[in-house]
Design a protein around this ligand. Structure first.
Ligand SMILES: [Mn+2]
Length: 428
């Protein structure tokens, strides 16, 4: 026999994912339903929650009933629930669960005191040890108070802790992964960091399962839970189960000089349809795939690209094979440069735009003209003055000897100015 543990952290009940222009975005409460269903479908023995289960005290009423419902359902299915509090729910978690009389529910480590329990599951002894936040911040390393005597040797031990590992200056229970390693615990399931990561593969296994629901564009990639299986010889395995309803990603599209608006639209659509299937396949149950788009490359008229791009945030695309997932673009960035042929035509003009176009061509070819030479000289003078200025002297990071540094800067500014200039002419 073996013991199956479903590991979750940072659920943040009360919050919803950020999805542009959607009145009813996926919520942490819905994710909790998903977790309960998964635990029952997969005959899990224990659900562990490594803190920040509830978003904060204000969310009491949004959190209390979903959490109590989940606990009741899990108890009826014979599944233990074992949790510790984090910096967001140090004061509220106890309130939320205090009316529960379940013998299968444990909040470990109240009042920032380590606490352990021993259970017999499927005929196998197993112990859990945990520590809970008792204030918003703690600069104290909880492992300093950890007494290895409180856990029995020869019984597999699972540790639950909300903490920031290997960040000594953290205000959220800074711990050292070496200290976790030497604690005598066999698996550390950590909370606080929303991105899933493994700190140590074995002896002990130390990992952050990450948050089960990606909440904003800062939380890119796969989000979900982890399933830890401890067999009767004490062997430990774990696997990630992505089930976030939302996934945030970056995407890049490169523009070619002669593209027209129809071609631009089908290019965007093609890239979305090529990129998305793998991302959707990797995440079970995905409802929203949300991209931050970067447009690069060259175009005869970058101003047109900027106009065409405005409709990108209206995209609500579904691929026929993946009807449950809506694909959308949250925002876009344009770094499309004027194409060479366009520049060469412009460079024939004596206008300011022509002068800029000629300078861009020269800089791209490593040539020079009087205008560029003047700019280079002025750049070096100003950099020199800055580096000697009292305010900045301490920084000491200006290297005024680098010629290509100046050229790169001047090229970037020329491109920017030209694009602006052309946009103004277009509007006149
Ligand atoms: Mn936290």
């Amino acid at each position: 026999m073996s013991v199956k543990i479903l590991a979750i952290a940072d659920l943040h009940l009360g919050r919803t994912a950020s999805v542009p222009n959607i009145s009813n975005p996926p919520s942490a409460a819905e994710t909790l339903d998903e977790i309960v269903r998964f635990a029952m479908d997969n005959a899990v023995d224990v659900l562990t929650l490594s803190g920040d289960i509830v978003d904060n005290y204000n969310r009491y009423w949004e959190a209390v009933s979903p959490l109590q419902n989940a606990i009741t359902q899990l108890q009826q299915a014979g599944i233990y629930v074992i949790m510790v509090a984090g910096n967001h729910d140090f004061d509220v978690l106890n309130e939320v669960i205090k009316n529960s009389r379940s013998k299968m529910l444990f909040l470990l480590g109240k009042n920032a005191k380590w606490e352990s329990i021993q259970l017999n599951i499927n005929g196998q002894d197993i112990q859990f040890v945990g520590w809970s936040f008792n204030s918003r911040y703690t600069i104290h390393d909880p492992l300093r108070d950890f007494d290895p005597q409180q856990i029995s040797k020869n019984i597999p031990t699972v540790g639950l802790l909300h903490c920031e590992a290997d960040t000594p200056e953290s205000q959220y229970a800074p711990v050292n992964s070496d200290t976790l390693s030497g604690s005598g615990v066999d698996v550390w399931i950590l909370g606080h960091i929303h991105k899933a990561s493994q700190l140590k593969k074995s002896n002990p296994l130390i990992f952050y399962p990450g948050s089960p629901l990606a909440m904003n564009a800062g939380e890119q990639g796969i989000h979900g839970a982890s399933l830890v299986i401890i067999d009767d010889s004490g062997q430990i395995n774990y696997e990630s189960y992505p089930f976030s309803a939302v996934r945030y990603e970056n995407i890049k599209i490169s523009i070619k000089p002669e593209l027209n608006q129809d071609e631009f639209r089908s290019l965007v659509l093609n890239v979305l349809e090529e990129t998305s299937p793998k991302l959707i396949d990797d995440s079970n149950n995905l409802q929203f795939l949300i991209y931050d788009l970067q447009l690069s490359g060259e175009h005869d008229n970058p101003v047109e690209i900027a106009n065409w791009a405005q409709e990108l945030t209206d995209i609500r695309h579904r691929i026929p094979e993946y009807p449950n997932t809506q694909i959308l673009i949250r925002k876009y960035e344009i770094s499309v440069n004027p194409a060479l042929t366009a520049l060469e035509n412009l460079a024939k003009e004596s206008s300011p735009a022509g002068k800029l176009a000629d300078s861009i061509i020269c800089l791209q070819n490593g040539d020079e003209n009087p205008f560029i030479n003047k700019l280079r000289q002025s750049w070096h003078e100003k950099q020199n003055a800055l580096s000697k200025h009292n305010t900045f002297r301490e920084l000491n990071h200006f290297d005024t000897t680098k010629a290509d540094e100046a050229d790169r800067y001047i090229l970037q500014e020329c491109r920017y100015l030209l694009t602006e200039l052309l946009a103004q002419q277009e509007n006149e």
